[in-house]
Design a protein around this ligand. Structure first.
Ligand code: IPE
Ligand code: IPE
Ligand code: MG
Ligand code: MG
Ligand code: MG
Length: 323
């Protein structure tokens, strides 16, 4: 499978490069291209193509949509890094750190526009349907990001509120990717529903894993700042589980570090230890495992093909990722 995915990745890169062909002014183009060129896992374009193939469609039918999804995703990252005050992304300085906030806001505007322009190149009778999915998904993502920010100021958030927030900020675009792939592959209504359900569950697992990595992963592997969520007082799976399960003494200890910016290495180790002692890290992994299991069961509603198996294997790869 790795070889097949690499071949798809190469096609995605080629399309992204073509779309981002340099044009003046460089003050707009360079910050727009910065993170796209820095790489990234390309999860959303890959899911779109694999979904399209899993229902009998062709990769070539999907490449503009795949590139558009990655451009839209990159736009959300550029603005997310301003919102989360992060200075590292994909192992490089974030756009606002390398240039400034005004430049990053405009680079985001440019990327979202380029995403639409690229999606509009898609030749398919369902293009209006596709644009509606794309647009509704982006609005849902914005709602999720608004909740994510609002939760920073809340003392506590119930797990149900958190799940709703991550469904919007993260699952939405993953659902959009699989659903657009399904439309481009001329999926039956049942196949389209199955792929959406798969994507929703995968997206939830993906965000819980992202929260886990925020604390567990090393910055040089993750390509993002470690413990950024703790510094920004995010309500993540980890912070919610911890606040619900810690002893008064553990909570008191944590309160000194929650919202402290920057955190040094010793403090990050302390946070890891606290999350370990309260079984928070174990619990997060168990949730990821369970959600991926559920997502795999959604795939069983699709015809048994090699591409269905690739989607399943890819979901497991996402579950076990270290960055
Ligand atoms: C990061 O997404 C944003 C989240 C929704 C957690 P990815 O982890 O897919 O980031 P890249 O594209 O690989 O950099
Ligand atoms: C990101 O959530 C969601 C979007 C970008 C829409 P995070 O803020 O957790 O993503 P990272 O960890 O910065 O990649
Ligand atoms: Mg962030
Ligand atoms: Mg964020
Ligand atoms: Mg995160």
């Amino acid at each position: 499978m790795a070889g097949d995915l690499d071949a798809l990745r190469a096609k995605i890169e080629e399309r992204l490069q073509a779309v981002l062909a340099e044009q003046p002014p460089v003050s707009l183009y360079a910050p727009m291209a910065h993170l796209v060129k820095a790489g990234g896992k390309r999860i959303r374009p890959l899911l779109a193509i694999l979904s399209c193939r899993a229902v009998g469609g062709k990769t070539s039918a999907c490449l503009d949509a795949a590139a558009a999804l990655e451009l839209l995703h990159t736009f959300t990252l550029v603005h997310d890094d301003i919102m989360d005050r992060d200075d590292l992304r994909r192992g490089r300085p974030t756009v606002h750190a390398k240039w400034d906030e005004a430049t990053a806001i405009l680079a985001g505007d440019g990327l979202v526009t380029l995403a639409y322009q690229t999606m509009l190149k898609t030749r398919h009778p369902g293009l209006t349907d596709i644009l509606n999915i794309f647009t509704d998904g982006l609005l849902t993502l914005c709602k999720g990001q608004a909740l994510d920010k609002a939760f920073e100021r809340r003392k506590s958030v119930p797990l149900s509120g958190y799940m709703d927030m991550i469904r919007k900020k993260t699952s939405a675009l993953i659902e959009v990717s699989c659903e657009i792939g399904a439309v481009l592959g001329n999926a039956s209504p049942g196949e389209r529903r199955a792929l959406k359900q798969f994507a929703r569950r995968l997206g939830l697992a993906f965000q819980v894993q992202d929260d886990w990595l925020d604390v567990v992963a090393e910055q040089n592997v993750l390509g993002k700042p470690t413990a950024s969520d703790v510094m920004e007082k995010k309500k993540t799976y980890l912070t919610i589980h911890f606040l619900e399960n810690a002893s008064p003494a553990q909570k008191k200890f944590f309160a000194k570090l929650y919202g402290k910016c920057p955190l040094n290495k010793t403090e990050i180790t302390r946070i890891r230890n606290l999350f370990n002692e309260t079984k928070t890290l174990d619990s997060a992994r168990a949730v990821v495992m369970d959600l991926i299991k559920q997502s795999l069961s959604s795939l069983l509603l699709l015809p048994k093909t090699p591409y269905r198996e690739m989607l399943a294997a890819y979901a497991v790869e996402i579950r076990d990722r270290t960055y």
